[in-house]
Design a protein around this ligand. Structure first.
Ligand code: SF4
Length: 294
């Protein structure tokens, strides 16, 4: 069996930075708290928890005093910084610079657009940590659209500034922007109300689409490795599946099924921006084991 691990798969720089910061902090300490899963991959979370990382939720943060807490790459709303200050918590801020820049841009846009009676619309997953951090920049006023059929909550007669969560599908975002533009023209005509579309999808995600598509096409079968909670994992898996029908998703080597490799001698392994290379290597070892045995 010829097995290739996609050389471009693996952690993005935002995740690498957060994990490096956690490992550095854990070198001189027994424990470090992390607000939410440091990465949407339970295998990697387990590895770091064995080194002393303690994953907490926002409820626990409210009652935590005087500890050190790492904020992961997704970023946090201003409320989290306020609670940390009140509780004497030292923050290790591993917010990805791309997310930080987007938060700042949304905050500035909100200051301007609210004076004009306008709206900030964010294309993203409701309740996702990054989206919560973005909505927090507008004091909770941003409208979050997860699916195209939810756009009726937007007021098309008022100015709109549109952003996307960094890990959404670029094609779906463009589709949403176009639908909003058409609806605004239908309601207020051509000379009315401004729509500002910001390109806020991370290059680490948007550039992956083409690469992953090509990778999926060049192999007889694809094993896609990703945590269940990863947004870009779901999106990239769909792209692989559309390019190669024999694409299978696993979260760990245990999910690999020998039946997938019947009558083929070539398989590609790829993953999300939150998938560690060591995990893809373990999946590769498992495929070797199963195909030698069968
Ligand atoms: S996907 Fe992009 S924005 Fe998100 S953590 Fe990685 S580098 Fe940062």
């Amino acid at each position: 069996m010829n097995i290739e691990i996609d050389p471009r798969s693996g952690f993005c720089f935002g995740v690498v930075n957060a994990i490096n910061q956690a490992e550095k902090e854990l070198q001189g300490a027994d424990a470090l708290h992390c607000l939410g899963d440091i990465v949407h991959n339970s295998e990697e979370v387990n590895r770091l928890e064995k080194k002393g990382l303690i994953t907490i939720d926002h409820k626990t943060l409210e009652n935590l005093k005087g500890k050190k807490v790492l904020l992961r790459a997704h970023g946090e709303p201003p409320e989290t910084y306020r609670i940390a200050k009140e509780n004497g918590i030292q923050i290790v801020d591993a917010t990805c610079p791309v997310v930080l820049k987007l938060q700042t841009k949304i905050k500035r846009s909100w200051q301007v657009i609210k004076e004009k009676g306008g709206q900030i619309v964010i294309y993203g997953k409701k309740g996702h940590a990054e989206v919560n951090g973005l909505v927090g920049q507008t004091d909770g006023n941003a409208i979050v659209i997860e699916h195209l059929d939810q756009i009726s909550i937007i007021d098309f007669s008022k100015p709109i500034v549109l952003f996307s969560q960094t890990t959404m599908s670029p094609d779906s975002y463009l589709e949403l922007a176009e639908i909003i533009r058409i609806r605004m023209v239908e309601i207020v005509g051509n000379d009315g109300v401004p729509l500002t579309i910001n390109r806020s999808i991370c290059g680490q995600v948007s550039n992956r689409k083409k690469e992953v598509e090509q990778f999926a096409k060049k192999h007889q079968a694809i094993v896609f490795v990703s945590g269940e909670k990863s947004s870009n994992g779901k999106m990239l898996y769909e792209i692989c599946k559309a390019a190669n029908d024999r694409t299978y998703m696993v979260t760990s080597p245990n999910g690999v099924n020998a039946d997938w490799f019947k009558n083929i001698d070539d398989v590609g392994i790829c993953g999300a921006t939150s998938t560690p290379v060591w995990l893809m290597q373990m999946v590769s070892d498992q495929i070797k084991k199963l195909t030698i045995a069968s």
